[in-house]
Write a protein that binds this ligand. Structure first.
Ligand code: ADP
Length: 517
């Protein structure tokens, strides 16, 4: 104990004793051991000294004129500032030490003369250690109190937002997509009562045609990261269909991984938007097609030869008209896909064939922009619409080429991922729950291009969203490609996302379920 205690940093000790020999003896002994010692001969001086600069420990003589040791100790304990300083009483040879009183007034120990060096040091060090541990405990306690306070405040804030938010909010477990809490707005939108929702899984509740997709998205959230404003169809209790934008965050509730789902009901906005877009698109398509025909006719020379300047103007008009037609076709494509007028023609197809075909299709564009394409295909069976998947892959590769520099490389690869098999039904056999089988194909398209800023990583999958407003003009895009890709991937019960580093490149990931054996 002695040796161990000596390792503590040496402390400041105040000795109060009216006998100069005692003072000198103790002072010399403690100083030699490396302690800082202050010594005074009067109780009142000792009190002042202790109050001015707090010592770590006080050695206090019992018998002193004017104010005896018990009184000094009482005074120390009555003062908030000095209360916690450990006091060890010293009693001279022949003095009567009232031990009970010494402890009653707040002393922690006593030493009787003649002093045994080892014993005095051991006692001092013991009490310094105890004091130090006490201080540590107090500090930890304070910190804990502060943390509890902060947490309570944060929880109160969250509870307030949760209850009063106009947005429907729900909390569900990741493992089973089982609802554990929903707010009043959620109940209002869905038409269900609290009892009908809490404790049930998304699948059992049956939220309409996107139920499986919503359940899978929740269950994959710890792998794919948070989700921002993804569009889903949602069916209310009465069967009314609503369009929602769903954002999902991963949260930890007492050690259980949960998903915080925040919905935005955009049914009405969507209806108006769709009406407007399809009206405008249809109205534009016919005149544009006829304009294109007229431009072709002019270009063919059947109406007379154009000057070189005329040819230039004609080619600009043709490029722009083609872009407009592409835009309108994309809009109509997306609309039809969303309103499920386009059905995925799913067949068993080989992923390697699709990857090779997609890269071959884009090879000419890559050559033109001097970008190298490297493909690592993987031969596994998918249950998919090959044309639509090809459309997705070519779009992603085309973007990767567009946003690369000459000399850059693009890698298209595929791997199998071992995924926790997804439990969708309440009645499913629980032994399948932790089955680690490679049940998904993960396709990645990695480029060394300009990258995408962090705040745009999610919204570029929304329609008409581009990192730079000039992208559509300069790179010839429509801002609809990724929205279409996302729609196709979702209709395959898959997931698409991107990771990126500015100026270093981006990797787009497409996760697709494998065909059942
Ligand atoms: P676009 O027709 O404009 O390419 P997309 O929906 O395919 O439309 O892409 C949306 C936007 O996302 C692009 O305009 C671009 O700003 C950004 N983007 C897509 N892919 C990449 C990429 N590989 N590197 C950098 N930015 C990209």
């Amino acid at each position: 104990m002695l040796n161990q205690s000596l390792e503590f940093p040496k402390a400041d000790i105040l000795v109060i004793d009216d006998t100069p020999e005692n003072l000198n003896l103790l002072s010399a002994m403690l100083t030699e051991q490396g302690y800082k010692v202050r010594s005074v001969t009067k109780g009142s001086t000792g009190l002042r000294g202790a109050n001015a600069v707090l010592p770590d420990l006080i050695l206090l003589d019992v018998n002193m004129p004017e104010m005896n040791g018990y009184e000094v100790c009482e005074n120390l304990k009555a003062n908030d500032r000095t209360r916690e300083i450990p006091v060890i009483f010293i009693s001279a040879l022949g003095d009567v030490l009232d031990k009970v009183k010494a402890f009653a007034v707040g002393g922690v120990d006593y030493i009787t003369k003649p002093f045994q060096l080892e014993e005095v040091l051991a006692r001092i060090e013991n009490h310094l250690t105890i004091r130090q541990l006490q201080q540590q405990l107090q500090a930890q306690n304070q910190q804990l109190q502060q943390e509890i306070q902060d947490r309570t405040k944060a929880e109160e804030k969250f509870a307030k937002v949760f209850r009063s938010s106009p947005n429907p909010i729900a909390i569900a477990t990741i493992a089973e997509a089982r609802f554990i809490d929903v707010n009043p707005s959620f109940l209002k939108m869905s038409g269900y009562s609290l009892e009908e929702v809490i404790g049930h899984t998304v699948t059992v509740l049956n939220l309409g045609k996107d139920t499986v997709s919503i359940a899978q998205t929740i269950q994959l959230i710890s792998d794919t990261g948070s989700l921002y404003n993804q569009e889903f169809e949602f069916s209310t209790k009465s069967g009314e269909s609503k369009t929602i934008l769903l954002s999902i965050e991963l949260i930890d509730l007492g050690g259980v991984q949960c998903a915080l789902l925040i919905a935005n009901d955009i049914t009405e906005r969507k209806r108006l938007e769709n009406e407007f877009i399809s009206l405008v698109s249809h109205e534009l398509r016919t005149p544009l097609t006829s304009t294109m025909g007229a431009l072709d006719l002019l270009g063919s020379g059947q109406l007379g030869t154009l000057t070189e300047q005329g040819q230039k103007v004609l080619s600009i008009a043709t490029i722009n008209t083609e872009r407009l037609i592409r835009l309108i076709n994309d809009i109509l494509d997306l609309e039809r896909m969303k309103s499920a007028q386009i059905f995925m023609q799913k067949v068993k197809c080989n992923a390697a064939d699709l990857l090779i075909m997609a890269t071959e299709t884009m090879q000419a564009m890559a050559d033109k922009l001097q970008v190298k394409l490297i493909v690592h295909p993987l031969s596994v069976e998918l249950w998919a619409d090959p044309d639509r998947l090809l459309q997705t892959l070519t779009n992603l590769i085309s973007n990767a080429i567009k946003f690369s520099q000459p000399g850059d490389t693009i890698w298209v690869s595929a791997t199998l991922t071992e995924h926790k098999s997804i439990k969708l039904g309440e009645n499913e056999d629980s032994s399948t729950q932790d089955n680690l089988l490679p049940s998904f194909l993960l396709i990645s398209i990695r480029d060394q291009g300009r990258g995408i800023p962090e705040d745009k990583l999610q919204i570029i999958f929304e329609r008409f969203q581009q990192v730079d407003a000039s992208d559509s003009r300069n790179k010839g895009g429509t801002g609809l490609g990724l929205a279409i890709c996302r729609n196709i991937v979702q209709q395959h019960n898959g997931k698409i996302w991107v990771k990126s580093n500015l100026n270093q490149g981006s990797t787009f990931y497409v996760l697709l379920p494998l065909a059942a054996l």
